[in-house]
Design a protein around this ligand. Structure first.
Ligand code: G4P
Length: 191
């Protein structure tokens, strides 16, 4: 069991059979040791790929993605959910529907920061139904960039995102795989 899995078991909370609360180290308070370890583990897995850029989605993907960009020594691009007033010029956009929140948003990346020369690693904090990951993939594909892999901190393996990404042939690496949250118990895959 890696350090992240230990932390999830010790400090995560199964709010329901669908939702894992990790506010104390990932979603609100950020635990530096957790993030350093996430960066190291993604580095160990992806280091031999010709990655020159990391893409994540604001906001909770930023911390693990930044640690990974530090470990791989490549820049980090943050896909925005809202187009800010300082985002001028042309951009790639993809509509993402969140089953959890039952709302849609437009993922936006400025064309300045993504091109067909890029070999990208997508990093995100959670993989549930895979809609956010699909939005990031879409944006990369619009740019003609090569997707070298997808790194996920916590995958809820009982939801359909992982299977969908596997079926599409992506190299997905999840650091913590949650098998079940039933009965307020966190059960990890392979436990
Ligand atoms: P999907 O992208 O895999 O389809 O997931 P979904 O739309 O269902 O998830 C929407 C948001 O909820 C995402 O955060 C995702 O990270 C988060 N999420 C999904 N399942 C869980 C869970 O069990 N626990 C926690 N803590 N978060 C979960 P977001 O809206 O992008 O938020 P943020 O990144 O700004 O924090």
């Amino acid at each position: 069991m890696n350090q992240l899995e230990k932390m999830v078991l010790a400090h995560g909370e199964a709010l329901s059979s669908e939702v894992l609360k990790v506010d104390s180290f990932l979603n609100q308070q950020v635990n530096l040791e957790f993030m350093k370890e996430a960066g190291q583990l993604f580095y160990d897995y992806f280091k031999d790929k010709p990655i020159n850029k990391i893409i994540t989605i604001e906001s909770s993907g930023i911390a693990p993605a930044l640690m990974t960009s530090y470990a791989l020594d490549v820049p980090l691009v943050i896909a925005k959910k809202k187009q800010g007033i300082n985002m001028s010029g042309e951009s790639y956009q993809s509509e993402v529907y969140s089953f959890t929140k039952q709302t849609s948003y437009h993922l936006t990346v400025s064309k300045e920061f993504l091109s067909s020369n890029d070999h990208v690693l997508i990093i995100d904090d959670f993989l549930a139904n895979g809609q956010a990951a699909m939005g990031a993939i879409d944006v990369c594909q619009q740019a003609g960039a090569t997707i070298e892999g997808i790194g996920i901190v916590i995958e809820k393996s009982f939801q359909k995102g992982r299977e969908m990404l596997d079926q599409k042939g992506f190299d997905v690496h999840s650091l913590v795989r949650v098998e079940s949250l039933a009965n307020h118990q966190i059960v990890l895959k392979g436990e």
